[in-house]
Unconditional design. Structure first.
Length: 309
């Protein structure tokens, strides 16, 4: 609609204020919040850091969109609730998104399209993905002014439901959904993300958990040599391989254990052999019993094993 049409009637005034309807507002957007995201990203420099460790294997003579611009467009779209890359087919010309990525809303070049983003997301190899993850870990470590005395990291997986049969998506009976099951690691004291790993929609095994812990701790130790590290997780991470590795490398851990019949039997036998285990009672709360066990051995429900100091 290029021609303005005068309305054949006028709106009634409200509190002596004239009400006017017109169609000459220009290009509008409902994504104003992306400008706040742009300010936070500029302060952290996250897109620049990711682009520095991501190898650009494209022909330089044909590059239109830089890696930094593509990272920003994808991150801003996800944060605004546009999960799919094909949303960029219309967001690429959105005035707010163009401003957030440092381009003029009317005369600036449009942002990258879905095919360009899809090629970007399928370009990295395994080592490239690990370097990108380390960049997020470095951003978390940079948030501390100095090396902390200790940190407690919560590790858990979450259900990311998919629609269709995307690569690595599997049916998970626990969630009754076809999904990914990415692993998240958070700093409990600062409530900040440490690392996120996209993975298939199945429960992680002991070897996989050990590998994730080993890579994360190894990178933290490159800068924090004396920090005491404690991992907390549910029964998915109470694996003998993971607990043995933690004990052999001076890492504390608190892992929950699944409730099942074998665990209850072991717990009852333990109570008979040790009639006076350590008792801890908070005023007005029920008591819990604790006792030690060899690494990877199940004691019983509601029991967590922790490496002694």
């Amino acid at each position: 609609m290029t021609d303005d049409t005068m309305l054949p009637f006028s709106f009634p005034a409200v509190h002596a204020k004239k009400v006017t309807a017109a169609f000459d507002g220009g290009r509008l957007t409902s994504n104003g919040g992306v400008m706040l995201l742009a300010m936070a990203e500029r302060r952290l420099g996250l897109a620049d850091k990711l682009a520095r460790v991501f190898p650009d294997r494209r022909d330089p003579t044909r590059v239109v969109h830089s890696l930094v611009d593509m990272f920003r467009a994808r991150m801003f779209a996800i944060c605004c609730g546009y999960e799919d890359a094909d949303d960029l087919d219309h967001l690429r010309s959105d005035p707010a998104f163009k401003l957030a990525c440092g381009r003029l809303p009317d005369t600036g070049r449009d942002l990258c399209s879905q095919p360009t983003l899809s090629r970007l997301e399928n370009a990295p190899r395994l080592r490239d993905v690990i370097r990108l993850t380390y960049t997020l870990v470095d951003a978390w470590m940079d948030s501390y002014p100095r090396e902390p005395e200790s940190v407690t990291l919560d590790i858990d997986d979450t259900c990311d439901v998919v629609h269709g049969h995307q690569q690595l998506s599997l049916f998970n009976a626990h969630y009754d959904e076809r999904c990914f099951l990415p692993i998240h690691v958070y700093d409990t004291e600062k409530s900040r993300p440490v690392a996120v790993v996209l993975r298939p929609g199945k429960t992680p095994g002991g070897v996989e958990v050990r590998a994730h812990l080993r890579r994360l701790v190894r990178h933290i130790r490159t800068r924090w040599h004396k920090t005491r590290i404690t991992f907390r997780g549910d029964g998915h991470y109470a694996r003998p391989e993971a607990m043995t590795w933690c004990e052999n490398n001076g890492i504390d851990y608190i892992f929950g254990l699944s409730r099942h019949q074998a665990a209850r039997q072991k717990s009852r036998r333990g109570r008979r052999r040790h009639p006076h285990p350590t008792r801890h009672r908070e005023p007005g709360c029920s008591a819990r019993l604790y006792r030690d066990a060899p690494p990877g051995k199940v004691l019983g429900s509601r029991t967590a094993h922790r490496r002694p100091y």
